[in-house]
Design a protein around this ligand. Structure first.
Ligand code: SF4
Length: 125
């Protein structure tokens, strides 16, 4: 079971091999490979399996930018609302993948246009 927070359930579909550090990227590649091989994901609040290898995680808080933890929490909340999922749910990656195209316009409006990674993702859209 791979623990993932709300916004990663959407953003990971747009991973293009880039990230914050070599360790972070290698962890992310492993996570995606396992998810695509039908290891279930379990939805969690806060730091997850992706954050675990992120240089911006300090004492379980995201410090990417000042006050960012609150922004991330809002992204997680909106992602779960759009995907109609909740903390504690466990499901296959392909089930989540099948919902992405439908929720993408609303997600882009809420999250993508102000995201620092938009140039990477938008090559896939
Ligand atoms: S930037 Fe923050 S939310 Fe994103 S992976 Fe790193 S710790 Fe997690």
């Amino acid at each position: 079971m791979i623990k993932l927070r709300g916004h990663h359930l959407i953003c990971l579909h747009f991973f293009e091999g880039e990230g914050y550090s070599k360790k972070f990227i290698s962890n992310l590649k492993g996570i995606i490979k396992n998810l695509e091989n039908d290891t279930k994901t379990k939805i969690v609040d806060g730091a997850d399996a992706v954050c675990a290898y992120c240089p911006h995680l300090k004492t379980n808080i995201c410090i990417y930018k000042p006050g960012y933890e609150k922004e991330i929490e809002a992204l997680d909340k909106m992602a779960l609302k759009l995907l109609n999922l909740k903390k504690g749910d466990a499901l296959l990656w392909r089930k989540i993948k099948s919902k992405i195209s439908k929720i993408l316009p609303k997600w882009q409006e809420f999250a993508c246009f102000s995201c620092d990674w938009r140039k990477v993702c938008f090559t896939k859209l």
